[in-house]
Design a protein around this ligand. Structure first.
Ligand code: 9UX
Length: 69
């Protein structure tokens, strides 16, 4: 089922960070849409997703992540 997950990202400070986080999230199986907000340090991901896989992908890219909802 399609699902929507909001994450709080730690360590994202510039536009290139946003691109890295965006690519990391986009590469996770089942992800359909990704929006990363630098000012809010958040990401909104939709798709048929394993939530923990999103956190793992962000961590592998070098950032911290926590699921907000
Ligand atoms: Mo910007 Mo982010 O110069 O990991 S790429 S701080």
């Amino acid at each position: 089922d399609d699902d929507s997950v909001q994450l709080l990202i730690d360590g994202m400070t510039c536009a290139s960070c946003v691109n890295k986080v965006h690519k990391a999230l986009q590469s996770v199986d089942g992800v359909e849409n990704v929006r990363v907000n630098l000012a809010e340090r958040s990401a909104l991901v939709t798709g048929d997703i394993d939530h923990d896989a999103l956190v793992t992908a962000i961590e592998k890219a070098g950032y911290g992540a926590e699921i907000i909802q």
